[in-house]
Design a protein around this ligand. Structure first.
Ligand code: NAD
Length: 335
């Protein structure tokens, strides 16, 4: 029997993971916890062989040490990004760390495009207006995406799907990736350019890169100043790719056409939570919410039935492998 403590559980996690181990109750015991994992809450993993965590759990060295002391052997991330885990500490403690290396990239890519379409055609404003019986179109003029240039930063699994969709709209698609795939680009009608060129010629820029030391605040004042006036910036990857202060200044200057965010650098403890009855303490997020040309969703790009099923399948297969002492899902092991 393997027991797994699942932190930051939402109803959709419970449903997908429970379905993933249906009929195996005697082999895999899922312990659902609604709070996030931090060093302070790690004690809740007592008696568990594994923990299962998401993007806003904090697996720093103090937390990992606590987990190790409690006898936890596996940290299973139910996401792709792993910037919230101190892998060096995990390695030295002998903990196994896995992620979900592949789940529906369509879920995330389609959400990025949904945000872009919504923002460009001001659907978010139109929706609110019409519900107030205000049928005026004043201030709702958008642009044809057809013929515009889309710059895709990062042509991995998700960036490629976004590139294909935007190409289908008749956009000119350019891309930057330090590891370009020329054969893919030629097939899809995409041109690789350097990052400077991408930022100066694109009408839409979409980020599809991991958060690392190198990519932290990759979009700051300098990068924003290089972008075309009126550019629409989309970030469904990780919040800290963008320097929020620099973004707010650029928005205040009126240079940016729009900003669509599914992630935010200080999202921990805010995104995924219902704070509707509370006073928002984050002044930068509050400021972002005042711009008519900023559209924010709370880290929901992954949230499709298909992606949740993929995530549950990989996660539960790794739990089974831990129990049986067999191989983990290929490509899922980080440490
Ligand atoms: P991937 O590993 O398939 O692709 C990432 C690509 O980025 C690679 O091709 C890599 O070479 C490239 N890259 C790395 N550094 C770069 C840089 N400085 N400039 C340009 N390109 C660079 O990853 P993926 O599956 O496409 O996911 C991308 C990111 O999306 C993840 O790291 C994760 O943070 C984020 N994500 C968000 C959600 C969500 O719900 N919002 C869901 C899944 C993934």
């Amino acid at each position: 029997m393997v027991t797994v403590a699942i932190f930051d559980t939402k109803p959709y996690d419970r449903e997908a993971l429970s379905a993933g181990v249906a009929g195996e109750k005697d082999a895999i015991n899922l312990r659902f916890l609604e709070f996030r994992l931090t060093a302070a809450t790690a004690a809740a993993a007592a008696g568990a062989d594994a923990v299962c965590v998401f993007v806003n759990d904090q697996l720093d060295s103090a937390c990992l040490e606590r987990l190790s002391q409690l006898g936890v052997r596996l940290v299973a991330l139910r996401c792709t990004g792993y910037n919230n885990v101190d892998l060096t500490a995990a390695r030295s403690l002998g903990l196994i760390v896995t992620r979900v290396p592949l789940y529906s990239p369509y879920a995330v890519a389609e959400h990025a495009v949904a945000l872009l379409l919504c923002l460009n055609r001001q659907i978010h404003r139109a929706y609110a207006r019409v519900r107030e019986l205000n049928f005026s179109l004043k201030g709702l003029v958008g642009h044809d995406l057809h013929g515009m240039t889309a710059g895709i930063i990062g042509t991995g699994k998700i960036g490629r799907v976004v590139a294909r969709i935007l190409h289908g709209f008749g956009m000119v698609v350019v891309a930057y990736d330090p590891l370009p795939d020329s054969a893919w680009a030629a097939r899809e009608g995409v041109s690789y350019v350097d990052s400077l060129t991408l930022s100066t010629i694109s009408d839409v820029i979409s980020l599809h890169i991991p958060l690392t030391q190198e990519t932290y605040h990759i979009i700051g004042t300098e990068a924003l100043n290089r972008m075309k006036p009126g550019v629409i910036l989309v970030n469904v990857s990780r919040g800290a790719l963008i320097d929020t202060s620099a973004l707010i200044n650029a928005l205040k200057s009126g240079r940016l056409g729009g900003v669509a965010l599914d992630v935010y650098e200080e999202e921990e403890g805010v995104f995924l939570e219902d704070l509707s009855g509370e006073v928002l303490q984050d002044d930068q997020l509050a400021r972002l919410l005042t711009f008519p040309n900023v559209l924010i969703t709370a880290h929901q790009a992954f949230l499709t039935e298909e992606a949740l099923t993929d995530i549950a399948t990989t996660t539960t297969a790794n739990l089974r492998a831990l129990a049986a002492g067999t191989s983990l899902i290929e490509g899922s092991r980080l440490v």
